[in-house]
Design a binder for this molecule. Structure first.
Ligand code: TYD
Length: 143
């Protein structure tokens, strides 16, 4: 898995009556959760994201259906499919993300380490490459 990203496996408490997963800050996710948001009703041909964050930490969990995430750094690209509510994709700062192939009825829950701030976004890919290149090229990060 690439630098500043990880797949987290949460405890899946299964019974005859279904599944329960709980997520506790600093235990199941590596930060204090200040915000949650969720994305629903995405058309199958729609693509979201196309940004990186300067400081924000997030965990993405697909609660229903499946969603693909393309992760990019100046030196690597990786694709992840989320389709299990007991799995979270941790994305740290300075990772470019694109979300696509949302199945009908899919639900993406996101836990974030801070309140919403547009100032924390890098929405221009060339600007992202410029801002991230020092981190990835000069610190011997080859993941
Ligand atoms: P954005 O983060 O760009 O969504 P995505 O990456 O899924 O495409 O956010 C879309 C819009 O929603 C943008 O105008 C900012 C706004 N927004 C908030 O007001 N609060 C939030 O917590 C988030 C995540 C977005």
């Amino acid at each position: 898995m690439m630098y500043n990203c990880a797949l987290l496996k949460f405890k899946d408490i299964v019974s005859n009556d279904g599944h329960l997963t709980s997520i506790e800050e600093r235990i199941d996710v590596p930060f204090i959760i200040k915000r949650i948001y969720y994305i629903t009703g995405v058309a199958q041909d729609a693509e979201r994201g196309f940004h990186a964050h300067k400081t924000l930490h997030q965990v993405l969990i697909c609660l229903n259906g499946s969603i693909k995430i393309r992760l990019k750094t100046p030196i690597k690209e990786e694709q992840i499919k989320l389709n299990d509510p007991s799995v979270g994709l941790y994305i740290g700062p300075l990772i470019w993300r694109e979300m696509f192939d949302f199945t009908k009825g899919s639900v993406l829950l996101v836990a974030a380490s801070d309140h919403y701030s547009e100032d924390d976004y890098i929405r221009d890919y060339n600007l992202y490459l410029d801002e991230a290149k020092d981190t990835f090229l000069s610190h011997s990060i080859h993941e």
